[in-house]
Ligand binder design. Structure first.
Ligand code: ADP
Ligand code: MG
Length: 339
């Protein structure tokens, strides 16, 4: 820890506090993420180890944030990342105008490349959302926050926690309590992010879990065994019934989107996970090959990190029930120095 001097506090999420720091020897600016290590009741290490394992597993990719080193600290770990100027939620929020079609294409291309790379390496991120997509000084987008990431197995019987992903981006199978799911949960989140970039506002902004399902069902229509085979077997299917309603055409929901954008969006937001387009397939969609072509990174909004430290929560609460929310790692001195 004494190889770094802390310059300030950048952010705080569900799993840790992130500081901006300087590596004293090289002068490099980095982000330090302090994460507590806590064993769950069954002895399985928690999110800190998952994040480390996932990031080490995927080595290096242009669209995944680089983990420089990891060291134990107090009762947990410090993860040292390349420093990124901003994140996509901040870029969207601070943009005066909605992003242009070329800019949206460029972000979607980088997002899909990162996701395709993870899926290719059997990793599902499970918490894709604008705040976890970091933007570098040069305008590049990289996937970050692998705190909920899992190495997925091809073992059919494998069960996972359904309490993953921030609510607005949570796939319908998770909302119905599925414990067997796959990387399609990331594709759903990609669809939500795409809709948000196109509309400049979140697609399914549910205020609680029930309302979240209502938001999805209102737009995509109430699912049936025909549109979603196997739905009736989901754990929470019988706990709640919604009045039947037909889907609203997506062109009404995202009125300014081009025909190609709508076609791709429809392929992400499909009830059965196995019918969602894969990230690799999506990269070949005509959307990316028709004018306007994806913007060059120099034509993307110049990211600026807001001075004011944002607290977790705000208008959107983090929702990660299977992770510890307290920061056992921080000693009182460092808290006093930065709050
Ligand atoms: P959490 O699991 O707590 O959400 P994140 O890894 O998402 O942790 O980090 C929280 C916030 O800190 C991010 O939304 C981002 O704004 C900021 N942050 C994270 N990593 C970096 C980084 N490498 N460079 C700059 N800022 C970062
Ligand atoms: Mg995060």
């Amino acid at each position: 820890m004494d190889q770094y001097s802390i310059l300030g506090r950048i952010g705080e999420g569900a799993h840790g506090i992130v500081f901006k720091a300087k590596h004293i020897e090289s002068g490099d600016i980095v982000a330090l993420k302090k994460v507590p290590l806590r064993k769950l009741d069954d002895g399985i290490p928690n999110t800190a180890l998952r994040e480390i394992k996932a990031l080490q597993e995927i080595e290096e990719n242009q669209h995944v944030v680089k983990l420089r080193e990891v060291f134990p600290h107090g009762t947990g770990f410090v993860l040292v990342f390349e420093f990124m100027l901003s994140d996509l939620s901040e870029v969207v929020r601070s943009a005066d105008l909605p992003l242009t079609e070329a800019q949206v294409k460029s972000y979607m291309l980088m997002l899909l490349k990162g996701v395709a790379y993870c899926h290719d390496n059997s990793i599902m991120h499970r918490d894709l959302k604008p705040a976890n997509l970091l933007i570098s000084e040069s305008g590049h987008l990289k996937l970050a926050d692998f705190g909920l990431a899992r190495v997925f197995s091809t073992d059919e019987g494998r069960q996972y926690s359904h309490q993953v992903a921030t609510r607005w981006y949570r796939a319908p199978e998770l909302l119905y309590g599925a414990r067997k799911y796959d990387e399609g949960v990331d594709i759903w989140a990609v669809g939500c992010i795409f809709g948000e970039l196109l509309n400049n506002s979140p697609l399914f902004p549910g205020e609680n879990d029930i309302e979240q399902l209502c938001c999805v069902l209102r737009i995509l229509g109430t699912p049936t065994e025909k549109t979603w085979p196997g739905m009736e077997e989901l754990p929470d299917y019988n706990k709640i019934t919604f009045p039947e309603n037909p889907p609203i055409p997506l062109e009404k929901v995202v009125p300014d989107a081009s025909a190609e954008a709508l076609d791709l969006l429809k392929k992400f937001l499909v009830y059965p996970s196995n019918r969602r387009i894969s990230a690799a397939e999506a990269l070949l969609h005509p959307y990316f090959f028709t004018a306007p072509l994806p913007a060059h990174h120099t034509e993307l909004p110049k990211p600026q990190r807001s001075k004011k430290f944002r607290h977790r929560g705000g208008h959107q609460k983090e929702y990660d029930v299977d992770v510890p929310l307290e920061h056992t790692l921080l000693d009182p001195d460092s808290i006093a120095a930065y709050v």
